[in-house]
Design a protein around this ligand. Structure first.
Ligand code: PEP
Ligand code: MN
Length: 339
């Protein structure tokens, strides 16, 4: 249920509602909007009608059911778009398009520092690099783990960029959160509910990738897991879904962008690198994503893609990445945003 407070309701009236929600055995989630406060009351759906009694409390305008299965993620609860702040001056969901760039995997200090400086110069805002890698084959490069994480941080600091890396294991959340500004949940873990609950308790922003077989509703339910644990900083990432088409690695579901923007207040980032699997298709699909309303892009960049230990074929060289930024710019401006 959503408890909509009256415009100008006193803070103490809000606190009284929160107290009553708790007494009734529900968890209150206050959301302070520009005009008014709404309080989500989340809990057992079966007894929700007792919440209707809150309508008689001072300061309450009305109590309405949340129709969607995802609650805190829905625009019913929060019509205003969420801006996720990643670092001072770096945010996603607002006017500026966020660009995340870097290699698939952290391989060496030299590779990361050169990439960080190159992508920063070309206009990227966040540095990516996988330290724990979810690989299809157990014989493929599995990542440098903690050593890789420390290299990523060092490269980010050198280029003065916040960093993002994937967390695969719930036990690693705290340690990774010490080094990484954003915690990424990969496509293969989008329904690892233990991980989602654990990561939802972290103070760090979360980038949640859509699974290759998850529907948009399931994707939003995964975001709901993080939000229900207290996180307010979830970024959604469309990275292609599996279809019958095999000319590309996955099929970029461009229509997921307007659908998500209609259903949720959370920012939407697109990863055309994993979606297409082919470097040459990354710039056109980046333009398409921006035109469709994406709040950001995540792009794989490597100093020597032919030598990359993972995802070389879809990685852009420094030069190609800089070219791509120039190609995307008019689309960003046409979408009413800035780079
Ligand atoms: C990645 O971003 O490196 C990655 C493994 O992506 P995905 O989880 O989308 O496959
Ligand atoms: Mn990759």
């Amino acid at each position: 249920m959503i408890i909509v407070m009256k415009k100008g309701a006193a803070p103490k009236e809000g606190r009284a509602v929160i107290g009553r929600i708790k007494e009734l055995g529900y968890t209150p989630h206050p959301i302070h909007g520009k005009e008014r406060t709404v309080i989500g009351a989340i809990g057992d759906e079966r007894g929700k009608f007792v919440l209707q009694t809150l309508e008689s409390l001072p300061g309450v305008e009305r109590v309405v059911p949340i129709l969607k299965p995802y609650k805190l993620a829905s625009r019913e609860v929060k019509p205003e778009r969420t801006v996720v702040r990643i670092a001072p001056g770096v945010a996603v969901g607002g006017h500026r398009l966020l660009v995340i760039a870097g290699p698939c995997s952290v391989e060496s200090e030299q590779q990361m520092i050169s990439t960080a400086l190159a992508v920063k110069l070309a206009g990227a805002h966040v540095l990516r690099g996988g330290a724990w890698k979810p690989r299809t084959s157990p014989y493929a490069f599995q990542g440098l783990e903690l050593k890789g994480l420390k290299i990523l941080r060092k490269a980010g600091d050198r280029a003065e960029m916040p960093v993002i890396t994937e967390v695969m294991n719930p036990q690693d959340v705290e340690a990774i959160a010490e080094y990484s500004d954003v915690l990424q949940v990969g496509a293969r873990n989008v329904q690892n509910f233990t991980l989602l609950k654990r990561i939802g308790k972290s103070k760090r922003p979360i980038l949640l990738k859509r699974g290759m077989m998850t529907t948009i509703t399931e994707f939003l339910m995964s975001a709901e897991y993080c939000l229900s644990e207290g996180s307010r900083q979830v970024i959604l990432c469309e990275r292609g879904i599996r279809t019958f088409e095999d000319s590309t690695r996955n099929t970029l579901d461009l229509s997921a962008i307007p659908v998500l923007r209609e259903r949720t207040h959370l920012p939407v980032v697109v990863d055309p690198s994993h979606a297409t699997g082919v470097a040459a298709y990354v710039p056109p699909m980046s333009c398409a994503a921006v035109a469709a309303g994406a709040d950001g892009l995540m792009i794989e960049v490597h100093p020597t893609p032919e030598k990359a230990l993972s995802d070389g074929p879809q990685s852009l060289t420094f030069e190609k990445f800089a070219d791509m930024m120039a190609i995307v710019r008019p689309f960003v401006e046409a979408a009413g945003r800035a780079l």
